[in-house]
Write a protein that binds this ligand. Structure first.
Ligand code: HEC
Length: 141
């Protein structure tokens, strides 16, 4: 490689760095936008997400799904900044984005786990509003 092309290659790499660094927040923003779109479709009066409602969902003792999982905290523990445990004793990495930066970056994972976990705890799927509220809560911690 000539010195100039090496320099150009190095510059191109440097230019790409901010894009790489921004990809997780960008993925989260896209997922949250999707929830907002669905929440608005379900309720034209939708006024945005609220992390405190997300906290209430997380901490609530619902007992509406499976008898051994009355709350999100049953598996995730009371503090989303700390690890939780599955019923089988397997460690679950913290849900708080500040501790586990990969949280809420893969739309399929997010959809799969909300679907499963809301049914386990609430006995139904979570609404787009609830999912956005919870995501806002866990992202803001
Ligand atoms: C039966 C145990 C259990 C319960 C109860 C539970 N979860 Fe989970 N949750 C898991 C497991 C296991 C995973 C997947 C492993 C991982 O992501 O680390 C997970 C992953 C998630 C994720 C995926 C986050 C991401 O994108 O990486 C979200 C969101 C989530 N849970 C929210 C909730 C909410 C909200 C509740 C309450 C309504 C809840 N969970 C109740 C076990 C549980």
């Amino acid at each position: 490689m000539k010195p100039t092309s090496a320099l150009l290659a190095a510059l191109a790499l440097l230019a790409a760095l901010p894009v790489l660094a921004a990809s997780a927040p960008g993925a989260r923003a896209a997922i949250l936008d999707g929830f907002a779109e669905r929440a608005r479709a379900a309720d034209p009066g939708f006024e945005g997400f609220d992390g405190e409602r997300g906290r209430a969902l997380f901490e609530g003792d619902w007992g509406l799904g499976k008898p051994d999982t009355p709350s999100c905290t049953t598996c995730h523990g009371p503090d989303p900044r700390r690890a939780g445990q599955t019923r089988a004793g397997k460690t679950i990495e913290p849900l708080a984005v500040s501790v586990t930066p990969s949280r809420f970056t893969d739309p399929d994972e997010v959809a799969k786990w909300f679907f499963r976990n809301c049914r386990s705890v609430l006995g139904r799927e979570c609404t787009a509003q609830e999912q956005g509220d919870f995501m806002t809560f866990a992202t803001g911690l």
